[in-house]
Design a protein around this ligand. Structure first.
Ligand code: ISL
Length: 541
């Protein structure tokens, strides 16, 4: 197994919320530098750095105004270079977030387009209105209309923005756009980054701008989802840029199904190395992600098994900056917070694929404790509120829906200590720190040899040295009610992972036997003993 991305244990940093070194309330690169030892001790070997580029921050950096500059809030390019070097010194690679479906409307290209430069107009998707309205009936990812007036409204010209108004979509039909992006990739690769996490990469290329088939959300998606043009761009970027650096990519591929995922990461087609699929993140929703339903572990198990057996290599993750916290969602963030966070860690690290851990997950951080929409900054949540209001949904219901699904749930500042400011900042944090930081914080958890961090450490160390966990096959053994078990096998050796989603003891089903290799409860001595609430057990056969 030579592909280095298969051995990557990735830790995602959302820089605004990680560690603030200068007291302005926003995390920064010197802050990250000060926490590199935390990451090295955890055992990860790769950082995925969410955007640190220049940006007006309409979507917290996913609206880039200069791809080759560091946002002053985060520090300087020298700080970034130091981060790269110091991380390398600890055996940690960095992959960057590549956001190329859109730029910021404050990017020089868009400004010059607005100023009337033909060259730059053709970098974006600008269309005439139709029948006194916008150019087509498409939907938008942030519950908005995807068209905004381009310049003077009297001209009846509109630009496409699948995300916020301040994120105009690039026109990937234009070869000059491709060349510009190629240069941007080279700029970061020349510095020594190991690869890229490619934002919404399967929607960048649009086939047509005709009306779409009407649906509840994202009408028009058939015109831009996984198009042949997108596949072609990915193949060219691989051949013409990434190969020169032996760089790897993970694509954030929204609404991808198994077949599409197989195509996107087929070793023969050479497009992406792996994808982030979302089906398991949708197992507690009704149709769109803003409508959550009760979580049934069986749905998660079915989804995991489907992708583990259907795709050779998965990106395994339970959290990122767009999703609620896993312990609040799939675990129990009350009485069994520690136990369920440890079980989810065991499950995550026993699956086949590259593991992604989101900041704070390693100490079992929970959803934000916001009291009202006023405390939420996420643009998506505010748009959803407007949309729901338009549908006549009353405020208490709107708030219930947003509170559960808001992306800010995962974006509250990292809880380093019980101090005021949580050891995250000496100033006023950009987003309210969860009040539970007095109890839930890295300092306290790390002091506990039985804590969540310590369990992640054990699992990561095991994953790194176990051929079975790294290369082994996956077979589901049990998925019923609240119990999930599967085998990993390699060269005739076998491990069995057993995961309880129950808040009570459960008998261990017959057939799940072996020598006890690891349990999330230190007290467990007998491999065949009933499972403790939310226990994770790894057996060796
Ligand atoms: O949950 C989702 C799909 O099930 C969506 O949140 C989806 O992941 C998202 O809309 C796409 O996210 C990415 O691109 C956005 C940015 O706001 C997100 O933070 C980023 O992860 C636009 O760049």
């Amino acid at each position: 197994m030579s592909e280095k991305w298969k051995q990557a244990i990735v830790y995602q940093i959302y820089p605004r919320s990680f560690c603030d070194s200068d007291g302005d309330g926003v995390g920064d690169i010197p802050g990250i530098l000060s926490k590199l030892d935390h990451l090295a001790e955890l055992g990860i070997n790769t950082i995925w750095l969410s955007p640190v580029y220049a940006s007006p921050n309409d979507d917290n950096g996913y609206d880039i105004s200069d791809y080759k500059a560091i946002h002053p809030d985060f520090g300087t390019m020298e700080d970034f270079d130091r981060l790269l070097a110091e991380a390398k010194g600890r055996g940690i690679d960095i992959i960057m977030d590549l956001v190329i479906n859109h730029t910021s409307d404050e990017h020089e290209w868009f400004r010059r387009a607005l100023a009337g430069e033909e060259k730059y107009r053709s970098y974006y998707v600008i269309k005439k209105g139709k029948n006194g309205g916008v150019p087509n009936n498409w939907g938008n990812f942030f519950a908005d209309c995807p068209w905004a007036p381009f310049g003077d409204a009297a001209n009846d010209e509109w630009y496409l923005h699948l995300f916020s108004k301040k994120q105009p979509d690039l026109n990937w039909e234009n070869p000059e756009v491709y060349d510009e992006i190629k240069e941007i990739l080279r700029f970061w690769l020349d510095k020594g980054v190991a690869g890229f996490r490619c934002d919404v990469i399967n929607v960048i290329h649009k086939n047509s701008y005709a009306d779409g088939k009407k649906q509840l959300a994202l009408t028009g998606i058939e015109h831009y989802h996984s198009t042949e043009g997108c596949h072609d761009i990915l193949r060219r970027l691989r051949r013409e840029v990434l190969d020169d650096y032996n760089a790897w990519t993970v694509g954030e591929t929204v609404m991808v199904d198994l077949q599409q995922a197989k195509e996107l990461c087929s070793p023969e087609r050479r497009e992406l190395d792996m994808v982030f699929a979302f089906e398991h993140m949708e197992c507690d929703q009704i149709y769109v992600k803003w409508f959550k339903t009760k979580f049934h572990p069986i749905r998660l198990m079915r989804c995991l098994t489907k992708w583990q057996t259907g795709l050779d290599w998965n990106s395994v993750y339970f959290e990122n900056h767009d999703q609620p916290r896993s312990v609040s969602r799939f675990g129990n963030d009350g009485r069994y917070r520690v136990q369920s966070a440890k079980m989810l860690a065991g499950l995550l690290l026993s699956l086949r694929g590259t593991v992604y851990i989101y900041q704070g997950q390693e100490i079992g951080m929970t959803n934000g404790d916001f009291a009202s929409l006023n405390e939420i900054m996420d643009i998506e949540s505010h748009n959803v509120d407007k949309m729901a209001k338009g549908l006549g949904i009353l405020n208490p219901w709107r708030w219930r829906l947003i509170r559960k699904t808001s992306r800010d749930n995962a974006r509250t500042p990292m809880q380093w200590s019980a101090a005021p400011g949580a050891g995250f900042t000496a100033g006023k944090p950009w987003l309210q720190i969860n009040r539970n930081h007095a109890r839930i914080n890295a300092e306290a958890d790390r002091a506990d040899p039985d804590g969540i961090f310590a369990f992640y450490q054990k699992l990561i160390a095991l994953k790194k040295q176990s051929d079975i966990l790294q290369k082994g096959s996956f077979t589901q053994l049990h998925a019923k009610g609240k119990l999930y078990a599967f085998a990993r096998e390699y060269n005739g050796r076998k491990l069995i992972a057993v995961c309880s989603f129950a808040g009570r003891t459960l008998p261990l089903p017959k057939g799940l036997c072996g020598k006890l290799l690891l349990s999330s409860y230190t007290g467990t001595a007998d491999a065949a003993a009933p499972l403790q609430p939310w226990e994770f057990r790894l057996l060796e056969c």
